[in-house]
Design a protein around this ligand. Structure first.
Ligand code: SAM
Length: 472
């Protein structure tokens, strides 16, 4: 039954039946699928349609008639408005079950792959405070709730927190975030208080003006702590006073940095970083390895689960000390350096030259002498000449971005013809596509989903492929 609204109808009392991609859920109405965010199977809702296509519809829940029985109370006061932890209303075991099923569905439906028994997903021991990096945005027009606006009082409009999903100019002022160690909350709340008391200007995202732009907090399991303050312009006195306040209030900061960024976008990768106090990096540790993390370095955002992921990758690689290993999409060389002690040589390839510089530095820091790193676009650099020059690998580890691997990279893997391929993926849909292209020559021997991001729909998956006997 449908009631008319402005443009699209409202569907009444619809039972949500399944999870769908990208953290949404779905319902079936008159044999058509409707995708809805912020609901879970078992909820009964009125849906305001926002989009109609011949094969599917999209909408949002505007009224809940009943909540799914397995729903729990989200721990976070910002749940619902903040885009960060969309699944906090689901018990963690249910989240894991869905992620496990998502991996199986993608590999079997998209890849049409034959799978061995899929290992139970490795859940994260830390379901809160698991991230090692967060970026908060300052805004001079923070998001105001209806209740706040109805109060009619003069409100503080400056805020610092996260963008409201889909609203580049609206920032939700965050009091307590459950994603990173509580020191991030203490830093953000203290800096907000100081800035308001001292009348520092918060950024105007529409007009592009204001001193305080973003702040980035990085933590490590070693206890080291980095803070990068990003300013829109170089007000030397205000910056000095604020940085002095931060240094005095938080003596535990190991690396206190700032950046002046007057560009239109927030990225600091092309900006100079100024050291205010401490070191220009922090150190992360895994087993007896150290990783140097600078303000621009990439590192997996859940260090605890990254360790589980890397251990599984190393186990699947089945190294004996004699192998030549290629680590494709090596980033800052973390996997390459992590498995190096078990291989004869590891060659890491990666697009970003700065990441390759970090990879080499980390190898040197750990006195690893059997890793080599090269930068370039994978589809260009991993070619027959490269493989002929460096030798055919016994094992290829590949960890591509969400888009998966380019056809030319898959062709190069088939040409290189390693005995084993370990495919680490953050997107089982593109992984399924790529695996089906390898499936003529390789058989899937093991599948291990890993949860790196509790309370989100994201899932990581590690697959072990072995070359078919006929190809050996
Ligand atoms: C999922 S991350 C890999 C992370 C790394 N294995 C780790 O655990 O730290 C994917 C990496 O692929 C790199 N990348 C993306 N597109 C690429 C391309 N066309 N050629 C080479 N590298 C690429 C990105 O810069 C990123 O470092």
């Amino acid at each position: 039954m449908a009631r008319k609204s402005k443009s699209y109808p409202i569907l009444e009392k619809v039972l949500i039946t399944d999870f769908a991609a990208e953290g949404k859920s779905l319902a079936r109405v008159d044999e058509q699928v409707v995708f809805v965010p912020h609901v879970v199977p078992g909820d009964i809702v009125d849906i305001q349609l926002t989009r109609k296509r011949s094969s599917f519809m999209e909408g949002r829940a505007i009224h809940f008639h009943a909540y799914a029985e397995n729903r729990i109370e989200p721990v976070c006061e910002h749940f619902g408005l903040c885009g960060g932890c969309k699944w906090q209303m689901l018990p963690y075991p249910d989240q894991l079950q869905f992620k496990q099923q998502q991996v199986i569905d993608n590999l079997t439906r998209i890849g049409k792959l034959e799978l061995p028994e899929v290992s139970p997903i490795l859940g994260s021991k830390h379901t809160e405070f698991y991230r090692n990096k967060l970026e908060f945005t300052f805004s001079n027009r923070r998001w105001l709730s209806k209740e706040e606006m109805d109060m009619g009082e003069k409100l503080e409009v400056n805020g610092v927190g996260f963008h409201i999903p889909g609203r580049f100019d609206k920032v939700l002022d965050i009091q307590k975030c459950w994603l990173q160690d509580d020191i991030a909350n203490q830093l953000r709340n203290s800096i907000r208080q100081y800035a308001i008391a001292n009348q520092l200007s918060f950024f105007d995202l529409r007009k592009q003006e204001g001193l305080l732009r973003t702040m980035i907090v990085r933590t490590a399991t070693t206890g080291e702590l980095m803070l990068i303050m990003v300013f829109f312009y170089d007000d030397k006195k205000a910056i000095h006073n604020l940085m002095t306040y931060i240094a005095a209030t938080f003596p535990q900061i190991s690396s206190l940095l700032y950046v002046i960024n007057a560009k239109a976008n927030d990225t600091i990768t092309d900006r100079e970083v100024h050291l205010f106090k401490g070191k220009d990096h922090i150190i992360e540790k895994m087993e007896d390895l150290q990783f140097k993390i600078g303000p621009k370095s990439f590192f997996q955002t859940n260090s605890y689960q990254a360790y589980e992921l890397y251990k599984k990758t190393r186990e699947f690689a089945g190294l004996t000390g004699k192998e030549l290993v290629y680590d494709l999409y090596t980033g800052t060389g973390t996997i390459a350096n992590f498995v190096a002690a078990n291989a004869k040589q590891v060659i890491g390839l990666e697009y970003v030259p700065e990441a390759i510089a970090d990879a080499k530095e980390n190898a040197a820091l750990n006195n690893i002498q059997n890793t080599l790193f090269y930068s370039g676009d994978m589809k260009d650099i991993l070619n027959q000449d490269f493989i002929n020059k460096h030798g055919s690998p016994d094992v290829i580890i590949t960890d591509p971005p969400r888009a998966g691997m380019h056809d030319k990279v898959i062709e190069a893997i088939l040409f290189a013809s390693p005995k084993r391929v370990v495919y680490v993926s953050c997107n089982p849909a593109t992984q399924a596509r790529d695996l089906s292209l390898l499936s003529q020559t390789y058989t899937i021997k093991a599948v291990q989903p890993v949860d790196m991001f509790p309370h989100t729909h994201h899932v990581e998956n590690v697959v072990l492929l072995e070359k078919n006997d006929s190809e050996l």
